[in-house]
Write a protein that binds this ligand. Structure first.
Ligand code: NDP
Length: 279
């Protein structure tokens, strides 16, 4: 079975650098999709309350025969729960859905800078959760530099990760460098831009030369840049393909050529503008 490298977070917790994302997997299909990922060799699952499929992830863990300690599970606080008590309650809901005593990593899903309840208050609630040991690490998602700076200035725990949109069309060099400078690991969501970069001529020509697929080349680019990735797929052959990243290496020139494709193009919302609260 493939050995997946780990990254050590700023509190000593080890996270597999490659995981399996379950965004947009139907709740009814999540157990089977996650079980397939476990069979193929993944041991890190990225879910969220917003995805409605934490329960399926928990079912898969229990059905897999794996010990809970062998699996790294991340979940995220949904946007409607930014007030302290609501955040604590929502976290209990996440553990109930997973039927687990803890998560490995718990994130604020979006900063929501335009809503009344400040993400700083929300972060303090995550600090309380962290202090109980029921989240082994805490972090944020979609935080820009200014949002992180407020956490540094006004709270105690430095986030272990910042999960942000990153792919060859949105390389996020400045924010990634800022994360690194502060000891925060970068997690790259939509690592293949939901398939949107796979026809790029620069990527397909490298793929042809090294004898790998465009998805593998793109994911390998992330791995060599040091980011944590969790591509999503409900297609078994792709789930296998996306794990087969550790038997080849890209040259520095190829890494630079893919990085040069940046056009600051998002597939998802701009975190500075996004204040959506699900009803
Ligand atoms: P990805 O970049 O992982 O792309 C997923 C899409 O690409 C699916 O349509 C999938 O199709 C297809 N695909 C996967 N592998 C291959 C392959 N080898 N060849 C061709 N096509 C492929 O996008 P996601 O948006 O799902 O991002 C990954 C994860 O990041 C999410 O699941 C979630 O965990 C996280 N995320 C976090 C966000 C946040 O705000 N924090 C926002 C968005 C994502 P198919 O399934 O049909 O095989």
């Amino acid at each position: 079975m493939t050995t997946i490298p780990t990254i050590t977070l700023n509190n000593g917790v080890e996270i597999p650098q490659l995981g399996f994302g379950v965004f947009q997997i139907d709740p009814d299909e999540t157990k089977d999709a996650t079980l397939t990922a476990f069979e193929v060799g993944y041991r890190h699952i990225d879910t969220a309350e917003m995805y409605g499929n934490e329960a399926g992830v928990g079912e898969a863990i229990r059905a897999s025969g794996l010990d809970r300690s062998e699996v790294f599970v991340t979940s995220k606080l949904n946007n409607g729960f930014h007030q302290r008590d609501a955040a604590l309650k929502a976290f209990d809901g996440t553990l109930d859905a997973l039927k687990s005593d803890y998560v490995d990593l718990f994130l604020i899903h979006w900063p929501l800078p335009g809503i009344d309840v400040d993400y700083v208050e929300t972060w303090k609630a995550l600090e309380e959760i962290y202090a109980t040991g029921r989240a082994k690490a805490i972090g944020v998602s979609n935080f820009q530099q200014a949002h992180l700076q407020r956490l540094f200035d006004e709270t105690n725990v430095v986030p272990a990760v910042n999960q942000i949109e990153v792919h060859p069309y949105l390389t996020q060099d400045a924010l990634r460098a800022f994360n690194t400078q502060h000891g925060i690991a970068t997690e790259a969501w939509s690592p293949i831009a939901q398939g949107g970069v796979l026809d790029d001529e620069a990527i397909t020509s490298i793929a042809e030369r090294v004898g790998k697929t465009p998805a593998q080349v793109t994911l390998r680019w992330h791995i060599q840049r040091g980011d944590i990735v969790f591509p999503k797929s409900v297609t078994r052959s792709r789930v296998e393909e996306n794990l087969d990243l550790f038997s080849f290496e890209l040259s520095d020139d190829d890494v630079a050529a893919i990085g040069a494709l940046n056009k600051d193009e998002r597939t998802g919302p701009d975190p500075d503008e996004f204040n959506y609260i699900p009803s």
